[in-house]
Design a protein around this ligand. Structure first.
Ligand SMILES: [Zn+2]
Length: 337
């Protein structure tokens, strides 16, 4: 938590904006209280809460070294806030304070930051950014989060739209060394994206809302991790499996985290300023902001860029992987991911 506070106090403008300040909010961190995924916290810590006595009886001041740079911390062992956490999900707002549940036994996710596994604190950074996205700094965002894609309605066909999605991922995972390279990668991405959406408009809403919600959340995770001193590794999608169902889930739901984050990273690099953040805060999706600022390739240029990307990123193999997975025949139980 000290790392969160220190990093946001120094780098909030670079991470997102001066208005997204985790270090100036009130944070409550509750132990999950169990190892089996259920939430039954027995205590929590409040960090920077002005009136901890409103949260429970006998809040206990926690004596911490000043070097940690944290505002006053209290431990709460009972009271309404704990009851509420037991009834709620992992993270939410409670009377102006952000509450999160953590577990020291939590399974680390597979997203790596250099040699480290997923940082536990990224959950706080990421989920609170969603709270921020729902606040008055952002205009209305789509009600459907990219993280809750209904797999039963996501288009299974045609295969080439999904094969080209894998090429998109390869383009966005490339490293750009200059403004121009970042711009060129994004314009190639925009050419592929426009082609895919024209062929199968049914993937459009899911991808747009997924990148706007989860992609920007991941962008903030990555920036935070970088400014906290971790090496951030950008991959096309390290969780991707060639197994049919995981591949479909990745394409239908998971990849928006990476694509949205990568679009933001390349836009920042291509333009050298944060105008794109203003645009997405006003309601544009990351790819719409890229098209607005860099221009969307059309006609012969679009075709040329798509063909070049296919050649550069083994399109025939990507397409074969999709065809072998036979998406139209996959059966999923009727549930949302
Ligand atoms: Zn999220």
């Amino acid at each position: 938590m000290s790392e969160v506070y220190r990093t946001f106090s120094r780098h909030s403008a670079e991470i997102w904006s001066e208005n997204y300040r985790l270090d100036q909010g009130v944070i409550m961190a509750a132990d999950a209280g169990s190892d089996d995924g259920t939430i039954n916290p027995q205590y929590l810590y409040t960090i920077g809460h002005p009136h901890p006595e409103t949260l429970g009886t006998n809040p206990t001041s926690v004596d911490l070294p000043r070097e940690l740079g944290l505002p006053p911390v209290y431990r709460i062992d009972d009271g309404p806030v704990l009851e509420k956490i037991r009834d709620e999900s992992l993270i939410y707002e409670y009377e102006g304070a952000y509450a999160g549940v953590y577990s020291p036994h939590q399974q680390p996710g597979s997203r790596a930051y250099g040699a480290d596994n997923r940082l536990l604190m990224l959950g706080y950074v990421h989920e609170w950014f969603h709270v921020f996205q729902g606040g008055d700094q952002f205009s209305q965002i789509p009600s459907e989060s990219g993280g809750t894609t209904d797999l039963s309605t996501y288009p299974r066909e045609p295969a080439d739209v999904h094969g080209l999605a894998l090429v998109e991922d390869c383009v966005l995972a490339e490293q750009a060394d200059t403004h121009e390279e970042a711009r060129d990668l994004l314009r190639t991405f925009l050419a592929i994206r426009a082609t895919r959406w024209q062929t199968q408009p049914g993937v459009r809403d899911k991808e747009a809302s997924g990148e706007q919600m989860e992609g920007l959340g991941r962008y903030v995770d990555d920036l935070f991790a970088r400014y906290a001193g971790y090496k951030v590794v950008y991959e096309d999608d390290q969780q991707r499996s060639a197994e049919p169902k995981p591949l479909f889930v990745s394409i239908a739901a998971g990849r928006s985290y990476n694509t949205g984050s990568a679009i933001g990273r390349l836009l920042q690099q291509a333009t050298g300023n944060s105008e794109w953040r203003t645009l997405v805060a006003s309601g544009l999706t990351p790819s719409e902001a890229a098209a607005r600022l860099l221009g969307e390739p059309a006609g012969a240029e679009r075709e040329r860029l798509v063909e070049q990307a296919k050649t550069d990123h083994s399109y025939s193999e990507q397409l074969k992987a999709v065809e072998n997975a036979n998406f139209p025949d996959l059966e999923f139980p009727k549930l949302s991911f």
